[in-house]
Design a binder for this molecule. Structure first.
Ligand SMILES: *Cc1c(COP(=O)(O)O)cnc(C)c1O
Length: 357
């Protein structure tokens, strides 16, 4: 606390990302990073990048990247917005669409950055409870609101909604923007991108950080009606003209072009996820059915915080949230098959865990 701080920052509660340890002998299953490196074509693009180009500013509009994304998702390039990670895209969207008289609606348990943006931008919001099985019931969002946001699949639960459920919401909710945060959609859920030409108020946000193995490059994007995109551009151009550097623009384009690598790595993660789920169930965990690159699991009688501590002493990091209702759950990122075997073997060494018959 400093006397030089404005009232606005004194009252903030910033988001706390998962730990990034400085040592390397750790199995890191705590921040939903992809265990595989980016496409070999991305590696090649980085190695052949001409550093002399860096004396100039990058294209402020990321035109080639927008065109590449537009072609890939079969939309127009004026329906694409790009930003420095989807966290930045989300921040601009909160600013552009959610500062309204009525409250923003979001699930009680979802990506915890949403509350942080509400505090930053003074947005009034309401949490809508999840079902006992952590499902989102979109019929409960049919009331006056200044906007709706949820992650699909949701985080940290991993549960996905159907496209029909989202379309049902859009049919009744026509007067405010609905944001679907699809950070994990490539791991087996249905994307709502196909709805953007039909409904002018849906914005779909995705990222290169998870399924495209580029968390360190910081590239995220939004797809929606051209007028929503123009709204985002107004915020972006009032904040930073150059959110994506040259290398980020080049590598993102290259990552999209290597469809085969993308398919192979996401399929590998999906099958490792199914293997991990079955293994966890065999040693007494309940696992929420996941459509993401992580699983959300709770042991029948061992507390979540204790299990996280036990794994930590064996150099395995997983994420634990102390929020009431999920304090006994662990969010476990799906790593390589070897990492997940080591993780399961470690749990089997816990004195109170045994294999069920
Ligand atoms: C990881 C994540 C993001 C942020 O992704 P970046 O593009 O790395 O900023 C946004 N939303 C959800 C739900 C996430 O899990």
């Amino acid at each position: 606390m400093s006397k030089f701080w404005s009232d606005a920052i004194r009252d903030l509660t910033p988001y706390v990302p998962g730990e990034q340890p400085k040592v390397s002998n750790i199995i890191k299953l705590n921040t939903n990073e992809n265990p595989f490196g980016p496409s070999p074509k991305v590696t090649h693009a980085i190695h052949s990048f001409e550093s002399n180009k860096l004396r100039k500013y990058p294209d402020p509009d990321s035109t080639s990247l927008k065109n590449t994304l537009a072609e890939y998702y079969n939309v127009n390039s004026n329906q694409v917005f790009v930003g420095n990670g989807s966290d930045e895209v989300l921040a601009h969207a909160f600013m552009a669409f959610f500062r309204q008289r009525e409250p923003l609606l979001m699930p009680t348990i979802t990506y915890s950055f949403y509350d942080v943006y509400c505090n930053l931008y003074n947005i009034n919001y309401e949490h809508i409870p999840l079902g006992d099985d952590f499902s989102i019931d979109l019929t409960r969002y049919q009331r006056p609101n200044g906007g709706i946001i949820f992650a699909n699949p949701n985080a940290p639960t991993g549960k996905a909604l159907t496209l029909d459920a989202i379309e049902g919401l859009l049919n009744t909710n026509t007067e405010s923007v609905v944001i679907v945060d699809e950070a994990y959609v490539d791991f087996g859920a249905q994307s709502a991108v196909s709805l953007i030409n039909k409904y002018p108020n849906i914005l779909v946000i995705q990222t290169f950080s998870k399924s495209r193995s580029l968390a360190g490059m910081r590239v995220g994007f939004a797809l929606g009606n051209a007028e929503l995109i123009e709204g985002l551009e107004r915020v972006k151009n009032s904040f930073n003209s150059y959110p994506l550097d040259m290398l980020a623009q080049d590598t993102a384009i290259t990552a999209i072009q290597d469809e085969q690598y993308f398919q192979e790595t996401t399929q590998q993660i999906i099958s490792t996820r199914e293997w991990t789920t079955a293994q966890l169930e065999s040693i007494g965990f309940n696992v929420v059915p996941s459509k993401t690159n992580f699983v959300f699991a709770t042991h029948r009688y061992l507390p979540g915080a204790e299990l996280m501590g036990f794994l930590r002493t064996h150099n395995i990091l997983v994420r634990h949230f102390s929020r009431p209702g999920i304090e006994n759950h662990l969010r476990i990122t799906i790593g390589t098959p070897d990492e997940m075997s080591a993780f399961i073997d470690c749990l089997k060494k816990h004195p109170d865990i045994s294999t069920l018959d």
